[in-house]
Every structure is written in structure tokens, then in C-alpha cells.
Design a protein around this ligand. Structure first.
Ligand code: ADP
Length: 502
């Protein structure tokens, strides 16, 4: 394997497509980025045009190669990471999508979920697929398409259609329809995967009424699964790594051992904990999911939890309360007071997720006195990000009995040093921030490079993870527990507020 080559990583996100050329050290050598249109045809519906996804991704890949000044022949492998759960359906013969992509945020299949719940299937999905029965996941979105797109079910039964997540769609387009696959990390978000066995579950397919002829083959996350059409980039490139965005970020953070975890601080937070070579059933309604399967068959499983409102709480300080003008000003304002003065903000603007799970909870600000200032409120908002993440981590530790040694962090709000120190104090373990902030694209590149021998193995990849800053916990266990207990009192006050009356 020529070590002077590069890896091309495609990062197909919810609002933009990005592409990066990375070198052996994981440094970015060329970048392309393009936003594309979001469609909101009805309240609760979110769609993308499948052609927008493909075209923007192709163009950014070409831009990244051009910016790096390299040709297809200089690329050792291509990796893909993608917005998860977004669902597409297309004709095998023409490669034409038969409807818009239904985006992960789309709630249109909530009624199908209710129906399946009434039929008593919730436990089956939790036990077999490791997931909550929720409109978020691909399975009920696909069921909706088959129910509502005229002729789709008939065509599906005749084997004329292909279902896929965004990775499948890109691989199909990149290979000119030669490969219909879905990597296992994406497959583990469909409600159709038998999580423990790693193949499609006939029982789940039957309950969802999905014809098997629609389904892609499930492929490892790190393995050569096909080659790009030569005309796309002026030469064929092996497609060798695929993973959903959060799993790719976890791989990019080199969380390869049980007990290693990463948290991404963006609009919301996504925390994943590596639980080892067998899935863990959650007693706290966390998700049980595949991290990745490597080409030697090694599979790492994860527990996953998310916070709905994290960086968005800072956006609310900026846009709703107008306490700050820019998100990065929150640190100085919050640091101007030593503590929140016993003020808590529970940013349950859209309800609460794991481990509280209350769709009727609403935002709550408690503990105000005549002495409360905007600084206390800013600090409470910042602290709420760390407190919610600490709740997730506590649930993960309880579910998995994994000993957490440190938390690896990334995302826009992870740049906030005060927040990272709060997080370390509340968790009682160090919080570590890497130099390379591009965990997601890096993860896709690592998965691809690993499969073609560009990197020698997990040890080499792990050794390239470089510390930018480490935050040591400074609080005693008593202080930590007291703070969490006070937070839970505040959470209790936020609950049930929006429950419809009798
Ligand atoms: P996403 O990928 O979800 O769009 P990003 O990773 O780009 O999110 O992070 C942006 C989020 O981080 C915004 O919600 C913003 O309010 C928050 N944010 C950005 N900078 C800071 C900061 N210095 N302190 C706290 N929050 C911040």
C-alpha cells in the first residue's frame, strides 16, 4: 500500500454535504462543503431531495480532491459517514428515487408506531433491535412509504425497488447500481436488524410488513464493498469504510475498548459508550446499537443516549433572551459568577429524553431570588448541558457496569473550557479534548483506511489520537452527588407541564 496516498471521506450531513481528503496523520488536506435544501411540506414532516444529496456529495468530493491537488489515483480508499435513519426508496432499473428522502427528524410515522404499540410489539423491537419503537428510526418511515406512495407496495413485492439509508444511496450511485448495501451501524437504526445476530430479522420484517426483496445486503463498516465508477473522479476508488455519523465519530475518537465513551456537544448531545463485543440491554431506555464491524468480523456494540437541547440552550440565551450576541460569549458571562446561586435551568423545551423520557416536560427556571443576574442564568444554561450529559452517563454506567476512565469530547460547544470543566466535575472522571476536532469524517476515513492497509491496525489509529486539553475533576463525590440531587429536584419540577388536560 502506497503510504504517500490519501483517504477521501464523504460526510453526508443533515444540512450539508462535506468531503475531506485526509493524510496518514489524519490531517485535512482538502475540503469541500455544500449546503442543500430542506423541505418542510407539512408540520412534523422533513424531506430531502435524493438528487440534492447525491449531487452535493459528488460535487464536494470533486472540490476536496481539487483543493488537495490530487487525482483519483492518489486516493487509497473512500469512506462514507452519513446522517442516520433518513430513508430512501428507489427503482432498481433506473436508479430513480420514487419519492423524497424522509429525514430522521420527520414524525409522519408516529401513527404507525402507535398502531404497533397497541398491537403489543414494543418489547419485541426493544429486545430484538435494541431500539425504542419511535418514528425516528427508518423501519416505520419505510412502512409509511409503502402505504402511501401509489404502486410502491406492488413494485416492492415484484423486487423492482431498493430501500436504503443515505449510505446505501451514495454507494449505489457511486458504483452505478452495482452494489446495494448498508453498513451494519446504519442497519442497526432501521428497527429491522436482529442486533445480536447481525442480520435482518424475519419477525420484525413481518410485523412491519416490509418485503424482503427491498433490503440491501448488510456489510461490515470497514471492508472493500465496491469501486466508484471511473468516470466520477477520473479513476476507480475502492469504497472501504461506511458508518453512521455518531458511530463514525466514536471510531474517529478511537473508543475501541469497553468503557471508552465520547460525547458530541452540538445543538443536542450524542453520547456513545463502547460496551464491548455483545449488545447490552438498557434498563434506562438508552439505545443499544452497533458501533462498527471490522473486516475480520470484530463487532463493537454501543449504548447511545442523546440530549435534545444542549448547545441549543445557548442559542436560546442568544436569540430568545438576548443575554449574549454570540454563543462563545457565554463562557465569560458564566465565569463572571462563582456558581449559579442555586439557580437551575432545565431546558426541556421539547420534552426530556433519556433517561427521563417525558414528552410533556417543559423548560423550567427555578431558584430565582432578587440577587439573580443574567450571569447566573447563563451559567445555569451552560451547566444544564453538563448535568444532562451526566444523567446519560449515569444511566450508561448503571446499564453496562463498564468502568469509565475518561470522556472524549467533540462538537461546537466542546470548545467551551468552562463547560468541559463542569463536565469533569460532575462526572468525576477526566474530560479529554482531541486536537483533531473532525471526529466524524476522521472516523469514516479511519474505517476505510484500515480495510485497505493504509493504517496497520487499531493500535496505530489509537496512537494517533492526540490530546489538546485534559480537564481533571476537582469535586468530591459528596459535592457531585449533592449537585446531581438538586438538579433532579429541578427536573422533577419541569415534568408533565404540557400534558393535555382531561
Ligand atoms: P451542530 O452540528 O449540531 O449544528 P455544532 O457542533 O456546530 O452543532 O455546535 C454548535 C452549537 O454549539 C450551537 O448550538 C451553539 O449554541 C453551541 N456553541 C458554540 N460555541 C459555543 C461555546 N463557546 N459555548 C457554548 N456553546 C457553544
Amino acid at each position: 500500500m502506497a503510504q504517500d496516498k490519501y483517504i477521501l471521506a464523504l460526510d453526508q450531513g443533515t444540512t450539508s454535504s462535506r468531503a475531506m481528503v485526509l493524510d496518514r496523520q489524519g490531517a485535512v488536506r482538502g475540503l469541500g462543503q455544500q449546503e442543500f435544501r430542506q423541505h418542510y411540506p407539512q408540520p412534523g414532516w422533513v424531506e430531502h431531495d435524493p438528487q440534492d444529496i447525491w449531487r452535493s456529495q459528488l460535487e464536494t468530493a470533486r472540490v476536496a480532491l481539487r483543493n488537495a491537488g490530487i487525482a483519483a489515483a492518489d486516493v487509497a480508499a473512500l469512506g462514507i459517514t452519513n446522517q442516520r435513519e433518513t430513508t430512501l426508496l428507489w427503482e432498481r432499473a433506473s436508479g430513480r428515487a420514487i419519492g423524497p428522502a424522509i429525514v430522521w427528524q420527520d414524525r409522519r410515522s408516529a401513527g404507525i408506531c402507535d398502531r404497533l404499540r397497541e398491537q403489543g410489539h414494543e418489547t419485541l423491537f426493544r429486545e430484538r433491535a435494541g431500539l425504542q419503537l419511535d418514528a425516528y428510526f427508518s423501519g416505520t418511515k419505510l412502512a409509511w412509504m409503502l402505504e402511501h406512495i401509489p404502486g410502491a407496495r406492488k413494485q416492492a413485492e415484484r423486487g423492482e425497488l431498493a430501500f436504503g439509508t443515505v449510505d446505501s444511496w451514495l454507494v449505489w450511485q457511486l458504483t452505478g447500481g452495482a452494489v446495494h448495501s448498508m453498513d451494519i451501524s446504519n442497519a442497526s437504526r432501521t428497527l429491522m436488524l436482529d442486533l445480536r445476530r447481525g442480520h435482518w430479522s424475519d419477525e420484525l420484517l413481518q410485523v412491519l410488513d416490509i418485503p424482503r426483496a427491498l433490503l440491501p445486503q448488510i456489510s461490515p463498516s470497514s471492508a472493500v464493498i465496491g469501486k466508484t465508477l471511473p468516470e466520477l473522479f477520473g479513476g476507480a476508488i475502492p469504497i472501504a469504510g461506511v458508518a453512521g455519523d455518531q458511530q463514525a465519530a466514536t471510531f474517529g475518537q478511537a473508543c475501541f475498548e469497553p468503557g471508552m465513551a465520547k460525547n458530541t456537544y452540538g445543538t443536542g448531545c450524542f453520547m456513545l459508550l463502547n460496551v464491548g463485543d455483545a449488545p447490552v440491554a438498557s434498563a434506562h431506555r438508552l439505545l443499544s446499537t452497533v458501533g462498527w464491524t471490522l473486516d475480520d468480523g470484530r463487532t463493537d456494540y454501543m449504548l447511545e443516549g442523546s440530549v435534545f437541547v444542549a448547545g441549543a440552550a445557548i442559542q436560546w440565551l442568544r436569540d430568545g433572551l438576548k443575554l449574549i450576541e454570540r454563543a462563545d460569549q457565554v463562557q465569560a458571562l458564566a465565569a463572571s459568577v462563582a456558581d449559579t446561586g442555586d439557580v437551575y435551568l432545565v431546558p426541556a423545551f421539547t420534552g426530556l429524553g433519556a433517561p427521563h423520557w417525558d414528552p410533556y416536560a417543559r423548560g423550567t427556571l427555578v431558584g430565582l431570588t432578587r440577587g439573580t443576574t443574567r450571569a447566573h442564568i447563563a451559567r445555569a444554561a451552560l451547566e444544564s448541558i453538563a448535568l444532562q450529559s451526566a444523567d446519560l452517563m449515569q444511566a450508561m454506567r448503571a446499564d453496562s457496569s463498564c468502568e469509565l476512565s475518561e470522556l472524549r469530547v467533540d462538537g461546537g460547544a466542546a470548545r467551551n473550557d468552562l463547560l468541559m470543566q463542569m463536565q469533569a466535575d460532575l462526572l468525576g472522571v477526566p474530560v479529554v479534548r482531541p486536537r483533531n476536532a473532525e471526529s466524524t469524517a476522521l472516523g469514516a476515513a479511519r474505517l476505510a483506511g484500515l480495510a485497505v492497509g493504509y493504517w496497520s491496525g487499531l493500535d496505530e489509529i489509537a496512537s494517533q489520537w492526540q490530546l489538546e486539553r485534559r480537564f481533571e475533576p476537582a469535586w468530591s463525590q459528596d459535592r457531585r452527588q449533592a449537585r446531581m440531587a438538586r438538579w433532579h429536584q429541578a427536573v422533577a419540577l419541569s415534568r408533565d407541564w404540557a400534558r393535555p388536560g382531561p
